[in-house]
Write a protein that binds this ligand. Structure first.
Ligand code: HEC
Length: 121
């Protein structure tokens, strides 16, 4: 049952990721935009599986940050598909589709999310 639920959520997120218009943010305007990582985790569906402090389907963001020693650039690497999972590699199959969806986000959005998670240590 849990597996079906997770698959359903993953498909939903993938769908939203593919149909929502790609935002092209001019790097020069990002400071003014003040992108909020916390809101993005809600907007991008992360909070369906992650809570800042409690384990839901995925580990708590706080536990992820602890594992990464609060290092935002290493978390960013993972979110960009450049790093291996270190928190629960055995459950990576559920997180993997999210990385595909995140390719459609802007670099600035991924950075803001990574900084937000890192700050929860
Ligand atoms: C379908 C459920 C689900 C969704 C949605 C989801 N995650 Fe995850 N996430 C997981 C699971 C399960 C793990 C544990 C497996 C792992 O460690 O890779 C995880 C692990 C992670 C990790 C730790 C990776 C590591 O090194 O092990 C990060 C960072 C993360 N998620 C960020 C996010 C962000 C950011 C979003 C939203 C863009 C998101 N997740 C959406 C289920 C999900």
């Amino acid at each position: 049952m849990k597996k079906n639920y997770i698959l359903l959520i993953s498909s939903f997120i993938l769908l939203v990721g593919f149909v929502s218009p790609k935002k092209n943010i001019n790097p020069l305007t990002t400071d003014i935009l003040n992108i909020d990582g916390k809101s993005l985790t809600i907007e991008k569906g992360c909070t369906l599986c992650h809570h800042p402090e409690k384990k839901i389907v995925g580990p708590a963001f706080k536990d992820i940050s602890n594992k990464y020693d609060g290092n935002a650039s290493k978390i960013l690497n993972f979110l960009e598909g450049k790093g291996n999972p270190i928190v629960h590699p055995d459950e990576f199959q559920y997180m993997k589709p999210v990385l595909m969806q995140l390719k459609h986000a802007s670099k600035e959005e991924r950075e803001a999310i990574a900084k937000y998670i890192a700050g929860l240590k």
